[in-house]
Design a protein around this ligand. Structure first.
Ligand code: UDX
Ligand code: UDX
Length: 427
């Protein structure tokens, strides 16, 4: 089928490449010329496993352009995958979505289906349809379908090609059939429903996962008080299939482009409907506090970071991505700097993005050894493999004072005290 995809961020680009892999012809549109130039050179603007290889493999079926008119005018299906960032009040900013909607209304010449992949508040698809019908230039029939994505960064290609489920929310049999055709070569359970339910599936799924993380983080914090070990507690809980062992990893809080914004957006929406989701509110509050958990623990050793050398291992919000959105490092590093610390940082892929925030204030290092040498304290924010397999004895050898705070519980028990989350230093 002939597809167009608006937005070549994580969601748009991965969707495009995977659709091409399944045999569709795809035109990707982005307003950012630099991104389109990079894509046209065969390079991916984002760090995502397998993406560049798949771009190359399917290059004859993908076109990248800034010319939306060319892309939309005769597309059978148009996906909207632009960002929906959070506004100051926590609600979702839909201006990018509506800007694409207006471009579609202005240009489509054939009947088509517009698919909203971006995460949007419940009821948005109805508004999109109304706006398209009011503004369309040509006498065409445009159906609107909600088709949320569930891809996680770092495994986005796999999550799309081998999806856990495909959710199709539509108000017409015709549109649903078109979507079933789009996905006919995918091997995944398909849930067909109405648009508002599909929109809700996305928020309810993301917020549930965020809630699970905040819950286990609170239990972890309590473990420290009562002398339990969270890693063993999680192991003991995870064998219960009703609980499961996924998304129960304690740490210094969730980040990324989705959980923080989607919890806030659903909480905002629930308040708007005078039906506050108290559990989601609690998940948000716990997460904000959790990001400062290691600093709180470090106060036992130092009142202030003034004059200290602080080593930071891991800058991205999770391993496998160069994305820094809502990363705990961005909350902690400013505190070190404000106190007057010298900060040395290492991350295998996140440094170029971090440099956009802190071009000169930090010493960026090539190796873990270099980062921790002569440091007074070390913070681990991301569980990169290089950190997990690091010889912990070197902390003692290379640091001035071997105080290591492991925000991801990624270092094994050992002879030197590593301060994790939800564990006493000696268990
Ligand atoms: C996505 C979703 O769409 C969002 O709703 C979901 O909750 C998380 O993931 P993401 O792919 O991470 O967003 O967005 P981002 O990486 O910000 O990329 C968006 C792209 O759209 C950018 O390349 C931007 O240049 C482009 N864009 C934005 C347009 O092409 N047109 C616009 O009007 C605005
Ligand atoms: C998430 C969802 O998993 C995905 O389905 C959705 O489409 C987009 O949002 P992503 O943000 O890429 O994906 O990453 P994810 O692996 O879910 O991790 C999010 C954050 O939670 C990370 O900061 C991670 O470190 C943290 N996390 C995850 C934990 O702290 N503990 C866990 O057990 C799992």
């Amino acid at each position: 089928m002939k597809l167009a995809i608006a937005g070549t961020g994580y969601v748009g680009l991965v969707t495009a490449v995977c659709m091409a892999e399944k045999g569709h012809y795809v035109t990707c549109v982005d307003i950012n010329r630099e991104i389109i130039n990079t894509l046209n050179q065969g390079r991916s603007p984002i760090f995502e496993k397998d993406l560049e290889a798949l771009m190359l493999k399917n290059k004859d079926r993908i076109v990248y352009t800034t010319d939306y008119k060319k892309a939309y005018k005769d597309a059978e299906i148009i996906f909207i995958g632009v960002g929906t960032p959070e506004k100051k009040d926590g609600s979702a900013n839909l201006s990018y979505v509506y800007s694409v909607v207006d471009q579609i209304a202005e240009t489509v010449e054939n009947n088509c289906v517009v698919v909203v992949k971006s995460t949007v508040p419940i009821g948005t698809n109805d508004k999109v349809e109304k706006r398209l019908n009011e503004n369309k230039k040509n006498n065409v029939k445009i159906d609107v379908v909600s088709n949320p994505e569930f891809l996680a960064q770092g495994t986005a290609v796999k999550d799309t090609l081998c999806a856990s489920r495909i959710v199709i929310g539509s108000e017409s049999k015709h549109a649903e059939e078109r979507m079933l055709k789009v996905y006919e070569n995918f091997d995944a359970p398909i849930v067909t429903t109405n648009r508002r339910s599909a929109e809700m599936v996305k928020y309810a799924s993301n917020d549930f996962l965020a809630l699970k993380i905040s819950y286990i983080n609170e239990i972890a914090n309590l473990c420290e008080e009562v002398g339990a070990n969270i890693d063993d507690v999680v192991k003991g809980m995870g064998y219960d299939p009703r609980i499961g062992d996924k998304f129960l990893k304690p740490g210094i809080g969730y980040g990324g482009s989705c959980f923080p914004k989607d919890t806030k957006a659903l909480h905002w929406l629930s308040n708007f409907h005078d039906h506050e989701l108290k559990t989601v509110k609690a998940a948000i509050e716990v997460n904000e506090q959790q990001k400062l958990r290691l600093i709180k623990k470090s106060r036992k050793y130092y009142d202030s970071f003034e004059g200290l050398t602080v080593a930071v291992l891991g800058l991205t919000f999770k391993p496998g991505t160069d994305d820094l959105r809502e990363a705990p490092s961005l909350v902690n590093v400013p505190i070190f700097l404000e106190d007057g610390a010298k900060v040395k940082a290492w991350d295998p892929v996140g440094v170029p993005n971090f440099k956009k925030f802190y071009p000169t204030e930090i010493q960026y290092c090539q190796t873990i050894d270099e980062t921790i040498t002569d440091a007074d304290i070390c913070f681990i924010f991301t569980e990169w493999d290089e950190i997990k397999s690091y010889n912990v004895e070197k902390f003692e050898k290379l640091m001035k004072n071997s105080i290591v705070l492991d925000g991801r519980n990624c270092l094994e028990n050992n002879n030197i005290p590593i301060i994790g989350i939800g564990k006493n230093e000696n268990n």
